[in-house]
Design a protein around this ligand. Structure first.
Ligand code: AMP
Ligand code: MG
Length: 418
């Protein structure tokens, strides 16, 4: 049996960063930028006002105060999006709104609050009293203060987040080159499985793995391709997998333990190559990995990585987080493949008799600056609702036979701390 780290290293050695594609900026959230982005414009394009107020010449405000206002003639009003036809001459001012370009001749903006605008109530709007001295550049946002023409704005390799989407939009970019999302084909195996759109006959169960795994693929940025349910026979499995041979990765669930009907291993051996089929962890010991002969999108023969997740619903989700997630992120060109971990005080004892790494479902809370983890309850790997309670996985190392309540443990976070 190999360790979690050895298994992950093996899997990652079989996947590569995918090619590039052009994507609309809203379609590439979470993807890695595949080009350097330069700006062909200044942002903002012109000097503009940071306040609603009066654009004026600072020299006209010398000695201005509440007690001795300086009165200026108002020659125009300029809203955002317009350019005043007038030039601010000595003794004049232009009423200006936030974002409007600074008129010629003016070099500061005095906000309404520092004028007698409020007292006038629109009565004498061709004159304004300025109640403070203005320095040059006051309340002016300079052209190019955010981005200058010709500068590099975003570098190849960054992950597109909402802020990158916004910056791209501010440059007028509607599409960019990114590393494409991997297509992950998902095949559930088991004679007992029924699709969620069918009635449930006696003796059968609904196929939940297809949907939890597809949701995980989506969550981490991949494109799930649902292949449906294969029966526990080599023929059925091979027929199912055949529908996924253009995918970047194949995921099966079930059929990897040592029962009579566990066929994924056999198919891997016959149709490709098997790299390993057990990992020293709990849950998730039966986990098969290998490659299947397939074809690329361009029709070229190639080996597709196949991850055979265990059938138990909890095991399939946890092994996905540990092994499929990093593979997807690597294919997407990401550098940080690890889930964050926190050190927490464990509130329940855990016994580890099997010499495997335990990943126990837990609820992690922060109280008084300290993380605490308590188990979700029974840890049977068929209890899928426990995953809805958990936001973390307590890690008990292989060589640790027990953890006592109150011990410090490492917790891999699946979701935010509650
Ligand atoms: P297996 O690994 O095929 O022996 O399956 C282990 C357990 O997980 C069995 O109880 C199966 O019924 C259950 N199981 C397997 N596949 C699924 C699935 N797609 N959805 C829900 N339960 C499953
Ligand atoms: Mg099965």
């Amino acid at each position: 049996m190999i360790s979690v780290e050895q298994a992950l290293e093996k899997i990652l050695s079989y996947v590569d960063v995918l090619g590039e594609e052009q994507s609309p900026i809203l379609g590439c959230l979470g993807q890695v930028l595949a080009e350097d982005i330069y700006s062909s414009i200044d942002v903002p394009p012109l000097d503009n006002s940071a306040m609603d107020g009066y654009a004026l010449r600072p020299g006209d405000t010398h000695g201005a105060s509440q007690q001795s206002p300086r009165f200026l003639r108002v020659i125009d009003t300029v809203p955002a999006g317009s350019i005043s036809r007038y030039e601010v001459e000595p003794g004049t001012a232009i009423r200006i709104m936030t974002g409007a370009p600074i008129p010629r001749g003016a070099d500061s903006v005095v906000r309404f609050e520092d004028t007698d605008e409020a007292q006038r109530k629109g009565s004498s709007n061709n004159e304004i009293g300025i109640l403070c001295e203005a320095t040059a550049g006051l309340n002016i946002r300079r052209a190019g203060e955010d981005i200058t023409t010709g500068s590099i704005v975003l570098r190849k390799g960054v992950v597109i987040r909402p802020s990158e989407v916004g910056v791209l939009a501010s440059l007028g970019r509607s599409a960019v080159m990114v590393i494409r999302r991997p297509v992950v084909a998902i095949l559930a195996t088991g004679d007992e499985l029924v699709d969620i759109n069918q009635p449930l006959p006696k003796g059968k169960i609904y196929d939940s793995n297809t949907y939890s795994v597809a949701a995980l693929v989506l969550r981490y940025g991949g494109i799930p391709k649902i292949l449906g349910i294969a029966l526990d026979s080599e023929d059925s499995l091979v027929a199912g997998l055949r529908q996924g041979l253009e995918a970047d990765m194949l995921i099966t669930t079930g059929g990897v333990s040592v029962g009579d009907y566990d066929v994924v291993k056999d198919v891997l051996v016959k149709q490709g190559e098997i790299t390993f089929w057990t990992v020293r962890m709990k849950p998730g010991k039966p986990l098969a990995f290998g490659t299947i002969k397939g074809v690329s999108r361009e029709g070229v023969a190639r080996n597709i990585p196949l991850l055979g997740l265990p059938g138990n619903p909890v095991s399939s989700m946890i092994t996905f987080e540990l092994f499929a997630r990093p593979a997807i992120l690597k294919m997407m060109g990401k550098k940080n493949l690890a889930k964050p971990t926190v050190d927490a005080v464990i509130e329940n004892p855990i016994v580890n008799s099997g010499g495997r790494r335990i990943l126990a479902r837990a609820i992690v809370e922060k109280r008084g600056g300290q993380y605490f983890a308590r188990l979700t309850g029974p840890q049977g790997s068929g209890i899928l609702t426990s995953m809805t309670l958990a936001n973390g996985l307590v890690i008990v190392p292989e060589d640790k036979t027990e953890v006592a309540a109150g011990d410090m443990v490492e917790v891999m976070m699946l979701d935010e701390v509650v």
